[in-house]
Design a protein around this ligand. Sequence first.
Ligand code: MET
Length: 330
Amino acid sequence: MMAGAVVEIVRSAGGCAVIDGGFATQLEALGADINDPLWSAACLITKPHLIKEVHMQYLEAGADVIISSSYQATIPGFLARGILLEDAEGLLRTSVELALEARDEFWKSTLRKSKPVYNRALVAASIGSYGAYLADGSEYSGSYGEDITIEKLKDFHRRRLQVLASAGPDLIAFEAIPNKMEAQALVELLEEEDIQVPSWICFSSVDGKNLCSGESFADCLQILNASDKVAIVGVNCTPPQFIESIIRELKKQTKKAIAVYPNSGEVWDGRAKRWLPVQCFGHKSFDVLAKRWQEAGASFIGGCCRTTPSTIRAVSKILKGKMAYSATQI
Ligand code: MET
């Protein structure tokens, strides 16, 4: 069962809601330095106004769901920075508050216009994987080593989940989960803590067939299907050319709503130290693919790393059959 607000946003978006695009990518485009163990979450300390600005840009581009800046914001990460526990928890709350403020301000300004082209967006509180916190590559291998257990993963996620859930988001977005053990830990944690905010759990894949760890979507979906706390399942941070077949696989494995928000398709050339342009999926642009993902059964579509507000504007236009007008154009 999907929670009411989730059903409503999908309905008012015309059957498919638009998620925002690469958050860290856009922060960098606005001049933020995110070369930091906290990655984009470093801006919670140094440049909170840029965080709100990125949210505003995605709202204006037509996002029905914006994702908070907490992907790599963790309590141990903040403590390692010399930040006090109380302040670390405050920064987590701030990530949700900045997104709520942006949503509310944008919605207020939309209501003043005569032609309603936007929906009141939902705010999803981002939670990255344990591997994202380790920042040792395990975010994309799913290999957490011999010593890690479900209990340890639950303890890692517990307090951040409690704090973010109590800050008033509409959704919790577990992003780029690379292995089955972490999926199990998250489902158990949502039940144990009796989290009332509906969640999505999105996996990442490097080959389009399995999770990063090599474990199957089928095995992981079985775990997620057992919990009503998980309203939406899907994939993010995965190359776009794999998405259509992953949706078809997920459709076979679950009745839950499906969210997909892949990377742009650009590939990092380590030798030349630059991003190579998208060229791998038969001249189909991201927005044209998004239409196919909708037809394949996705209810939430957006972008992850290297996608921008202009990607989301195009996706919004193609999925809703209308341009999400910028405030100045109306
Ligand atoms: C590596 S996945 C990152 C997800 C995060 N919401 C971002 O776009 O920055």
